[in-house]
Design a protein around this ligand. Structure first.
Ligand code: ATP
Length: 457
């Protein structure tokens, strides 16, 4: 039974797995929780870290035309005037309970959603930005905002980056960081939370090359998800209509994922034109133009922005990887996570708790630990221990048995095929490294042998 293949893995199962195995807990749970805030547990923090690392590797480390940045969450309040957030979000807002489009209530003529006719929430003066105070005096002059997106930190540093890195167009600046939005509609687990993380690229280009770079990033970003194992059929591109376009965008596409509640945005890709650099230059009074060596002209670069959410990627990966099998009357949950993303790469399991076996297994575990996140587990039957690892997506289990004491060999079991090979302990690290990088399990190291093809329990 592959639930997600039919798009039917339900959110309750994902929430329950996250809770049960320590991926995600409600925030401040002992106090009854805090609405739409979540804490990532021991496995969640590993998966999240691996997602961010995979993104950083693909967009920064492996490219010549991208550099990273880590701007502060609190920014000069003028930033938000220039970006349009202060004015844009300080209106009386209503939201359609059906299609979730938000409207300024003073712009509406009727009582229903102009898009789908759905029922609207009560209007309230609403700014999506969280406010706080800088310094000891809580007065309006000291108000600062928790950033609602990481992008602005990139725009205001554009000139700093050009001057210090000597990057020439086209080039990008990438950033991963927390963003905060006092969202009106919540309640879809980590899909929409009030504190979340973004992975944003601002790619600066010569005006006139917009279409070419927009299409390039659309393809790159879809491929990134596919390379990490998300099924192509669970992804779709959706172009924003004119009415839907944000004030700064000329063109925008969403990469949607088929979440349990239906298609919804995973990442947005926008052509922001010269809006941001023009605005910040005008509000700060500082020049943010760029000298084009070829044409000897000062130009304002255009910007293509692929903006992804860490938490939504996390949720999409879990939904996509979730699988259930009926094995001997019991439901076996398997997370088919890509090895790069799996929180634990390898688990070391002694067949029994006999002293000599435990000693050898612990030695193997201690030896692997510096290389990868590893688990050691000797509680309950070997079958149960395999299940526990399958459920958290561990791609490989290493079993130490009585024969290991004699022949100094161990068994590697693969999560997805249940196939097993027997390898000398001396070859274990190298073998696991190759398998984690995608080598077939049955490519054997010196002295290795095929142990078992599939297993029934
Ligand atoms: P939505 O329409 O779902 O509210 P958005 O269009 O406002 O999203 P963007 O401003 O384009 O979102 O932000 C870029 C990315 O940041 C989104 O694609 C999403 O992955 C992530 N994101 C935005 N808001 C949230 C949130 N409240 N919780 C979790 N992730 C979010």
């Amino acid at each position: 039974m592959t639930e997600q293949a039919s798009g039917k893995v339900d959110m309750e199962k994902i929430v329950s797995l996250c809770r049960r195995r320590g991926f995600i807990f409600p925030s401040s749970e002992i106090y009854g929780g805090l609405s739409s805030c979540w804490d990532y547990g021991p496995l969640g923090v590993e998966l999240k870290q691996n997602i961010k690392q995979a993104w950083w590797r693909a967009v920064v480390q492996e490219r010549d035309d991208m550099v990273g940045l880590d701007a502060s969450i609190l920014m000069h309040p003028e930033t938000w005037r220039a970006s349009g957030h202060l004015q844009g979000f300080a209106d009386p807002l209503v939201e359609c309970k059906n299609c979730h489009l938000r409207w300024r209530s003073d712009d509406l003529t009727g009582n229903n959603c102009p898009s789908c006719g759905g029922e609207l929430t009560e209007p309230r003066l609403f700014n999506l930005m969280f406010k706080t105070f800088m310094g000891p005096v809580e007065e309006m002059a000291n108000v600062v905002y928790l950033r609602p997106e990481t992008a602005q930190g990139i725009f205001v540093n554009f000139q700093n980056v050009v001057n210090t890195t000597r990057k020439r167009l086209p080039f990008g600046i990438a950033q991963i960081g927390k963003a905060f939005r006092n969202e009106i509609t919540t309640g879809k687990f980590i899909f929409r939370s009030r504190e979340f993380e973004q992975m944003e690229i601002e790619f600066f280009i010569k005006p006139g090359t917009d279409e070419e770079w927009f299409n390039y990033w659309l393809e790159e970003r879809v491929n990134w998800y596919v390379k990490l194992g998300i099924k192509k059929e669970s992804l779709q591109l959706r172009q924003h209509s004119k009415e839907e376009l944000a004030h700064y965008a000329r063109v925008c596409y969403d990469i949607d994922y088929l979440f349990p509640m239906g298609w919804a945005e995973l990442e947005g890709i926008a052509n922001r034109g010269d809006f941001d650099l023009v605005q910040h230059a005008s509000f700060s009074g500082k020049s943010l133009d760029y000298f084009d060596e070829e044409t000897k002209e000062h130009i304002i670069p255009h910007i293509i922005e692929p903006s992804a959410g860490v938490d939504r990627t996390f949720l999409a990966l879990l939904c996509d990887a979730y699988d259930e099998e009926l094995a001997e009357g019991e439901i076996r949950v398997i997370l088919h996570l890509h090895p790069t993303l799996a929180p634990i790469k390898v688990a070391v399991l002694p067949l029994s708790r006999r002293e000599k076996l435990v000693a050898l297994a612990k030695q193997v575990y201690v030896d692997l630990r510096p290389c990868w996140m590893a688990n050691y587990d000797d509680a309950q039957s070997i079958g149960r221990r395999y299940r526990r690892q399958d459920e958290i997506g561990t791609p490989f289990c290493v079993t130490v048995d009585f024969q290991s004491l004699e022949d100094e060999q161990v068994t590697i079991r693969e999560r997805d095929t249940l196939n097993q090979i027997r390898v000398p302990i001396a070859e274990l690290k190298k073998t696991l490294q190759a398998k984690l990088e995608g080598e077939d399990l049955f490519v054997l190291p010196p002295g290795g042998s095929i142990w078992k093809e599939g297993e029934s329990s």
